[in-house]
Write a protein that binds this ligand. Structure first.
Ligand SMILES: [Mn+2]
Length: 376
């Protein structure tokens, strides 16, 4: 077989960020991002990785606590045989006051701002890339580039392949596919792609290393494996210490908090290997009798020792015969009658659904359940 090299591709680590929704656990979570990154460095050392690619947004901003920067720089120095290629992201652009310009880095680290190529002929590869030099960049820094020579050509970029209108380095897929690069490591989009192949060009978004909120659900990590000319066996490795899950739980068969607790826990275990480590957003769904009222706060309290974080959103509906209610001579009766006529005359399915929800919210509000309805 032709020469292959070992590679790790990660991106969007956002060191220095502390998810504020976690309140008293936010600082702990911020520290965990750093710990996961340090584990990744240990992994590179153990596996004797040739190249570690960090495709932008290593830091949450250019204005983060010095301890994060110091930890990262000493971690880099621990793996002198691994070439560490980093490009600036929109969160940590390469500016005069960025971490990399103001600190001495070990010789194994290369930083990309304007497009540049570094050649390592003795090791059989070359790395080309570009990074952000300010927080926005409307034209791409990867246009009409072509692979050259016999070395394995690697690219590293932070940008958006999904929108040509993006002001975050809109990279065109055809520029990638026509580049003849052997592998292009992308950052910026926090949801990973599979390894995409076009002829002998391979490319991927690794996604972020750790989820930091419920817009980053599921297992997070990095790509690791061997690449060569026309060869790529990169595999996803889960690295995140904790996983965020959003789960719909139908509680229509429950008649008290204890039933609900059991049902929710059962659903959690279906998704998570260790619920005590993970974060859950539980959407309660299903129809419940009007007589059944519960407090989402009380439900959350039942999980305080069982999970790292839980948020409960009440999306249940009341099993009410609205037509009967509409006959009632009461405020709710009048409300139901008006809403039913609006639903009847709705011009679209969307409008109908929205009006039905409004009817439900109204009925729930009359039962003082407002606290559980709104999502923050
Ligand atoms: Mn990012």
């Amino acid at each position: 077989m032709e020469k292959v090299i070992k590679l790790v591709h990660c991106a969007d680590i956002h060191l220095g960020s502390e998810p504020t929704f976690l309140k008293s656990k936010a600082t702990l979570r911020g520290e965990e991002l750093l710990l996961t990154f340090e584990k990744l460095i240990d992994f590179c050392q153990m596996e004797k990785v040739d190249i570690l690619l960090i495709a932008g947004d290593l830091f949450e901003s250019n204005n983060i606590s010095d301890r994060y920067i110091k930890s990262v720089i000493s971690a880099f120095a621990k793996i002198p045989d691994t070439i560490i290629a980093i490009c600036g992201g929109n969160h940590d652009p390469i500016t005069l006051d960025c971490a990399f310009n103001n600190n001495t880095l070990s010789d194994n680290v290369i930083i990309f701002s304007d497009f540049q190529t570094y050649r390592f002929p003795a090791r059989g590869f070359m790395i080309s890339g570009a990074g952000f030099t300010s927080s926005a960049q409307s034209s791409t820094n990867f246009h009409n580039k072509k692979a050259e020579g016999n070395l394995i050509n690697i690219g590293i970029f932070h940008g958006d392949i999904y929108s040509s209108e993006s002001d975050k380095n809109p990279i065109s897929v055809s520029d990638i596919e026509n580049s003849d690069y052997d592998y292009i490591a992308l950052g910026h989009i926090h949801a990973r792609t599979e390894i995409i192949r076009h002829d002998n060009v391979f490319y991927a978004y690794s996604g972020c290393l750790e989820g930091r909120g419920f817009d980053e659900v599921g297992k997070k990590g990095f790509y690791y494996g061997e690449i060569g000319k026309g060869y790529n066996n990169l595999k996803f490795i889960q690295a995140g210490k904790r996983v965020h899950y959003i789960i719909d739980v139908d509680i229509s068969s429950c008649s008290n908090l204890s039933d609900m607790e059991k049902k929710i826990e059962l659903e959690m275990h279906k998704h998570s290997k260790d619920i005590s480590k993970d974060l859950f957003k539980i959407n309660l769904i299903g129809g419940i009798p009007q007589s059944f009222s519960f407090s989402t706060e009380a439900l959350v309290a039942r999980f305080s020792e069982k999970v790292f974080y839980i948020k409960v959103i009440d999306k249940t509906t009341y099993e009410v015969d609205f037509n009967v209610l509409a006959q009632e001579n009461s405020l709710m009766g009048i409300f139901a009658k008006k809403m039913l006529s609006k639903i009847e005359n709705a011009k679209s399915e969307e409008e109908k659904t929205m009006l039905k929800q409004a009817l439900n919210f109204g009925i729930k509000a009359s039962h003082s359940k407002l606290g559980g309805i709104y999502e923050d």
